[in-house]
Design a protein around this ligand. Sequence first.
Ligand SMILES: C[S@@+](CC[C@H](N)C(=O)[O-])C[C@H]1O[C@@H](n2cnc3c(N)ncnc32)[C@H](O)[C@@H]1O
Length: 220
Amino acid sequence: MPELNSSFHLRMFRKQQVMDSLPARIFRAIRDEIKHKNIYGLHWGDPDVAPPLKFIKEQYVLPFVDENQQALEIGPGGGRWTRYLLGFKKLYLVDYHAEILTELKKNFDLPEMVFIKNNGADFPSVPEKSIDFLFSFGTFVHLELHLIEAYLENMKAVLRPGANVVIQYSDMTKIMAQKTAGFVDNDPARMRRMVGAVGYSLVAEDLTTLWHSSLIHFRA
Ligand SMILES: C[S@@+](CC[C@H](N)C(=O)[O-])C[C@H]1O[C@@H](n2cnc3c(N)ncnc32)[C@H](O)[C@@H]1O
């Protein structure tokens, strides 16, 4: 704790005044314009910038990236999270909407990426026992429980034994989930039960980082 007469608060205030000055704001705007592609989804928060998303990226995504392994993302959107998965040997991008896959392809189109339009909860043309890491953010928050159950059941076939799965889902025990349009009625107890029912092993739950959702990490 800073002492009462410490300069801690005034230093913090003055530093922010410099950051908020017009030249500093113009510099950041130009830098961001040059640096960032116009990725659909960044308006929900940029995992390079927003602290909770940055934490998720560093804790639950980057440690799994392995150039000798294969990954799959469900509901990639414009590629907000896809960009951190490009270090895998092969990356399957599975989405229900062809139009959104076309948008993703505009931003990222590498030989190791496989774009798949599915039927809502399946993995057409993904080889059996081929996936080492499966990730989904911003998608299961909107899926009804019967679709979540179908996904959990169907992913069994494509996951390698021991594969890691990280899924963000709607958590109605949090007031902000209740107030967010389009979030489904789900919570950690139900998610845990659905994951357990398929026989996966729970590794970790993150119930605190996000204000309207939670994360589950399990192994096949
Ligand atoms: C809100 S966006 C999130 C996109 C991205 N993951 C992000 O966080 O920015 C939801 C994505 O899930 C896709 N989607 C919706 N229902 C789906 C389903 N049943 N299976 C796979 N993808 C689905 C949408 O087309 C869209 O790409």
